[in-house]
Ligand binder design. Structure first.
Ligand code: TYM
Length: 336
């Protein structure tokens, strides 16, 4: 039996192709949660427009993220899958949270600093208040558990601060304490070109990432081309020291094969990267190939995808509306 008090929420931005980072750091870990939690997975299109998106490309990417989730094993019969802009409670609660969160809190957000770069005067205001909307996504459902990659940890800490301040400002015990679920062997998948930066949809180099739209051949080529060093692999992870690229590939191997990274390292002790990369390329193709192919198939059935998103939005709305109503009452909005 599902325990419906335990609600999971997570989201992915439709701001580019889904990457291996999104898959290993997030989506893959969601699959097993579907049987024990009530699960809600959202394509966060409101978040995506905090940086410029071509409307047609955004529409396509929204379907693509939904297709990626389903192809990876998110079952629309078990989970709610929808896109954020179809449920207006997210934006309404985000406004209230804009008035709860403090400037000082948002000023500390590293993702804003990274994304705004040197020219923060020219960043959108939306990008700045992005974490408030993320808190609203989760708390619109009073979700308790949020499975994400390591890069979202700071945003989830802010979500807890917002929930706490709301509760204490209004003297209620309304929003729960949100618990991040950061697990798996690859909580932070790094670029294939530079082991010190995160694999990201927005990296200008295509070879830095594996996209879930890449075919088998391309996946294999990108792994073969991944940057490495000339040393053989040691027996333990600690002996890898600061060999960031090597560590990253071992973690990817471990996550894809659902094994412990130490065990993978030991298997390849004393061997060079040529052999390791050949095996990793085969493994990547065998795990990701069926997903990318199913995703491509689903993308040819837009009616099906749109139906899932619209049914998901209906169900999400049913959960969010009464919660938003209670919040409006707590805040003191007159609704005769
Ligand atoms: P986004 O769209 O950047 O990424 C979606 C999920 O993928 C994870 N991820 C990674 N994990 C490991 N290694 C990587 N290289 C990597 N790149 C991405 C992210 O941690 C994330 O779990 N702000 C969120 C979306 C969001 C959200 C939410 C998440 C909006 N509202 C509410 C949870 C709950 C984001 O930009 O994810």
């Amino acid at each position: 039996m599902k325990d419906f008090k335990q609600r999971v929420f997570s989201g992915v931005q439709p701001s580019g192709d889904l990457t291996l980072g999104n898959y290993l750091g997030a989506i893959k870990n969601w699959i097993g949660l579907q049987d024990t939690y009530e699960t809600i997975f959202c394509v966060v299109d409101l978040h995506a427009i905090t940086t410029w998106q071509e409307p047609d490309i955004l529409r396509n990417a929204t379907r693509e993220v939904a297709a990626g989730m389903i192809a990876s094993g998110i079952d629309p019969k078990k989970s709610i899958i929808f896109n954020q802009s179809q449920v207006s409670a997210h934006a309404e609660l985000a406004w209230i949270f804009n008035c709860v969160a403090r400037m000082g809190w948002l000023n500390r957000m590293t993702q804003f600093k990274e994304k705004a770069g040197k020219n923060k005067e020219r960043a959108s205001v939306g990008l700045y208040v992005y974490p408030d909307l993320m808190a609203a996504d989760i708390l619109t459902y009073r979700a308790t558990h949020v499975p994400v990659g390591a890069d979202q940890k700071q945003h989830l800490e802010l979500t807890r601060d917002i929930a706490q301040k709301f509760n204490s400002d209004y003297g209620v015990d309304f929003f729960p304490e949100v618990e991040p679920l950061i697990f798996g062997a690859a909580t932070r998948v790094m670029s294939l070109r530079d082991g010190n930066i995160k694999m990201s949809k927005s990296d200008p180099s295509e070879n830095s990432r594996i996209n879930l739209t890449d075919n088998r051949d391309l996946i294999s080529k990108k792994i073969q081309k991944a940057r490495t060093d000339s040393e053989p692999l040691p027996a333990t992870l600690s002996e890898l020291g600061d060999r960031a690229e090597a560590k990253n590939l071992i973690n990817i191997f471990a996550a894809l094969s659902e094994r412990d990274a130490e065990a993978v390292c030991l298997d390849y002790e004393g061997r060079g990267f040529a052999e390791f990369k050949r095996d990793l390329a085969d493994l990547s193709v065998s795990v990701l190939g069926p997903i990318t192919e199913e995703m491509a198939r689903l993308m040819n059935d837009k009616t099906y995808l749109d139906g899932i998103l619209s049914e998901g939005a209906n169900n999400a709305n049913k959960l969010a509306s009464p919660i938003l109503k209670q919040v409006q009452e707590i805040v003191g909005f007159l609704r005769p």
